[in-house]
Design a protein around this ligand. Sequence first.
Ligand code: NAD
Length: 497
Amino acid sequence: MAMTLHHWRNGKTFEGTTDRFSDVTNPATGEVTAHLALATEDDVNAVVETAAAAFPKWRDTSLAARTQIVFRFRELLNARKLELAEIITAEHGKVLSDALGEVSRGQEVVEFACGIPHLLKGGFTENASTRVDVHSVRQPLGVVGIISPFNFPVMVPLWFFPLAIAAGNTVVLKPIEKVPTAALWLAELWKEAGLPDGVFNVVNGDKTAVDGLLTHPEVQSVSFVGSTPIARYVYETAAAHGKRVQALGGAKNHMIVLPDADLDLAADQAVNAGYGSAGERCMAISVVVAVGDIADELVRKIEERTAGLRTGDGTRGCDMGPLITAQAQQRVSGYIDAGEAAGATVVVDGRTVQPDSGGKGFFVGPTLFDHVTTDMSIYTDEIFGPVLSVVRVDSYDEAVRLVNDNPYGNGTAIFTNDGGAARQFSNEIKVGMIGINVPIPVPMAYYSFGGWKNSLFGDSHAHGTEGVHFFTRGKVITSRWLDPSHGGLNLGFPQNA
Ligand code: NAD
């Protein structure tokens, strides 16, 4: 019988008061594996209040003690990452090696957070005015809310909470309904690492839970990752309630291939970044822009590579797993129908894929379109499936215009052996993360992750020093200790002397 999953509050399971539940499904088999409690407003309030109550003590816990707990969390995560990857594969469907990669990329942020004492160091100026010293500190915000999407149920929360916790905040994480187990597993890991109860909490739910976090007066900031319409809504609602917000949205990532590029490398990477995780990555390549007369050869090379890809259950050594839900499968197939009807050439058709594992999973195989034009929905929309579109252009300038005119600005890549062209591209392209002969340029933890335009609402990107700033407030202290010059009235504006 499928188990019921609840929330995590004050270091233990919290059942809450709801009578609403959603199904958690294994996308490779279609089997319902759990029922998830969807929080009521009262449940959200109870979890936020727990986090608020835990804040004063955690904030005042020494940096040395906080860091040791984060370090222990890192050790446990590293030792047990296969277990966590298996949970991801069972609920998300991505293949096990990909799930392990997701955990490792998230772990990098935990490692970065172990250096929080250095990251929080302020400045000190002696004698800024005569016998007056100035110093700056960064202090935690309080309760921070994190709302995550289905496609990275571990890595995306890990972009935020290690730094938030290390900096002295308390956390309420609202995972996506479809893939909730990993968050509860991480909560237990924190407990094992010695994190005090109430510092890391999980509230499961849907819009009710999200709205509860966006409007609760104790929640100081919201870190959101998901589709663009919801990111915009989260940004506007949370900001209207006085919160700091970073809301990362959707993407439509272009990979530009110049005529001088190594076409074998470009074809390999188009396949890896187009079909990895069944295209359900915000950094997936969905458009290959072939510049000049290389298009026929490039398409042929990509097509050849798709022939060897195995689609199936992620636990069985396949290359590509299923999509997240039956609806996602229908939506992606619908886009393929639309692309064909609009006149694009279907070079590889994933609608008829026979998964290695058989069964009732939500599979769509790798799909390749050629002769795609910018008015087609397969070009304009974020499909979030294994569908790669090739657009043919005559010049570098035309390729750049495509990327810069696109409403999304998450990631892009250029393949070329011309250093000058690559340099010009990285200078003039209006996108947050750029790869040069690298297809998925997810920055390292000590840099910050984030897109431009409709791919991010708010001012701060995730992790790196921007993450540290997001989860802390600056304070500047000007001090003078008693000395013979002390005292005297002067109602003028203080000036330095
Ligand atoms: P989603 O927008 O459906 O869900 C994200 C979160 O929003 C979930 O926690 C969900 O419960 C909540 N939510 C959904 N509907 C809501 C509503 N009406 N009101 C309030 N909250 C609501 O996104 P998804 O399908 O889980 O994830 C895929 C999307 O996320 C894609 O668009 C992808 O590009 C994007 N994404 C972006 C990044 C990035 O870094 N920019 C990273 C990963 C995923």
